[in-house]
Design a protein around this ligand. Sequence first.
Ligand code: 8YV
Length: 327
Amino acid sequence: MKPHSVYVTRRIPQAGLDLLAEVAEVDINPEDAPLTRAELLEKAAAYDGVIGMLSDRIDGEFFDAAARLKGYANYAVGFDNIDVAEATRRGIPVSNTPGVLTDATAELAWALLFGVARRIVETDKVMRSGAWTGWGPLQFIGGDVKGKTLGIVGAGRIGTAMALMSRGFNMKVLYTSSSGRHNAVLEDELNAELVTFDRLLEESDFISLHCPLTDGTRHLFDASAFARMKETAYIVNTARGPVIKEADLAAALKSGQIAGAGLDVYENEPAMDPGLAELDNVIVLPHVGSATISSRTDMATLAARNLTAMLRGKQPETCLNPELFKG
Ligand code: 8YV
């Protein structure tokens, strides 16, 4: 018998499970689907440690059920699914997986940016349907990328990586910062400019979202924001769905108020606003920002190392409430 017991709410890459198995008895949700709320609370009560997903709500009720829990490790960098204050109040450490999915998510933002600007999905559909009648000078005209203005909302790890990838395209880079802090890397490397949200909306040809979901960013992009964007501008969201008011986005795309959108995340996942499905100027992906072999493997091993540390009463590498370990 190992000294600890761990529950993993969805199967994750084996490398993480192998690490956990060195220190704990590990049980895994056998279904390829999220746990129900009742199942999640039952697991919280029965194990010393849990690795969970963004679809698991880790709140006061979860911690109330978790009589013997020594730690919770999120298999995600985003942690809007965790009530960190409630965890801290009960002295339970919680962790996330920053760093290991930065490039994968930034690369996906570029895939969406190019995909929507050059109408890749829409035109692929035309080819497959057999509807293409041959080359035409006015067919499928898209937007230029080189020399355009890229607006980054949330210049943290992923936003910075995404912006740095613009180097080959000689873009002007603008960014916003909720803390008002300058990003020295972006300013030194790209001459990027910290601007107000209004200026970013008005001047950007492409806006890429990389902010966390907080009370301050929920519905940051609504009808009034879309009204301030250029009619030729595109928006890309690989952050969190509720940063955009999806019904307002569908309306702005339909009326031509903005040119297009590339989305990896949705307001009420796994659903999406039905208005989006019928539009050609939006690309919709099923939340795959971190879905590369190395990112998902590294997320699994980081979550496993984090949970192992917590089971041993130690501060995990990427702790969301490090104050628990001070003093
Ligand atoms: C994951 C993500 O696919 O890390 C995040 O915040 O959104 C993605 O990397 C997802 O969260 C897995 O739980």
